[in-house]
Design a protein around this ligand. Structure first.
Ligand SMILES: CC(C)(COP(=O)(O)OP(=O)(O)OC[C@H]1O[C@@H](n2cnc3c(N)ncnc32)[C@H](O)[C@@H]1OP(=O)(O)O)[C@@H](O)C(=O)NCCC(=O)NCCS
Length: 141
């Protein structure tokens, strides 16, 4: 899990990355990277932080996959009502897997879709500053 702060140390959001077998039927039984949850704080929405977070998590998944630790496909699931998040994931290269939305028995009435992205090295995508892990950034664009 990562917490993301802007250069003024304001917490703008968080992201999580897991290794699991949730969609191992798609990866020939191999453990694979999975994004359980991410969010941007309300006042910071609409400023590109969501994209930074998804790209950072994708880069971390790529590192794990290219190290041979897991399959090279990153999965997530998202409620069909989360249209902004779905748009964000599509912008970041995720494709929706086929099939009808899946009802979530735990969340009465809500359905979710599964999205996936193959790990790849994409040039020019610098992850947002991760406090405590990265050197001080020169400042966000
Ligand atoms: C989804 C979420 C992470 C997006 O974060 P964000 O920082 O606002 O995203 P960005 O600023 O990077 O914008 C991403 C895209 O969404 C678009 N967008 C903004 N508001 C939108 C809206 N109301 N409906 C659809 N798309 C919208 C932006 O224009 C941008 O697309 P573009 O590049 O084509 O212009 C954030 O809204 C959030 O935390 N939502 C609640 C939790 C959630 O849904 N998490 C994801 C599922 S676990």
């Amino acid at each position: 899990m990562w917490a993301y702060r802007d250069p003024d140390d304001y917490l703008v959001g968080f992201g999580t990355l897991d290794l699991c077998y949730e969609y191992a039927a798609e990866t020939a039984g191999r453990i694979h990277p999975y994004i359980p949850l991410l969010a941007v704080n309300r006042p910071s929405e609409g400023r590109g932080y969501g994209k930074f977070i998804v790209r950072h998590l994708s880069d971390e998944a790529t590192l794990l996959a290219f190290s041979g630790i897991c399959a090279d496909v990153l999965y997530l699931d998202v409620y069909t009502t989360s249209t902004k998040a779905i748009h964000l994931y599509e912008k970041c290269g995720f494709a929706r897997l086929g099939g009808e939305p899946i009802p979530d028995a735990m969340e009465g009435g809500l359905s979710y879709i599964v999205m996936a992205k193959r790990a790849s090295i994409v040039s020019g995508q610098v992850p947002l500053f991760v406090k405590g892990m990265d050197p001080e950034p020169p400042g966000l664009p």
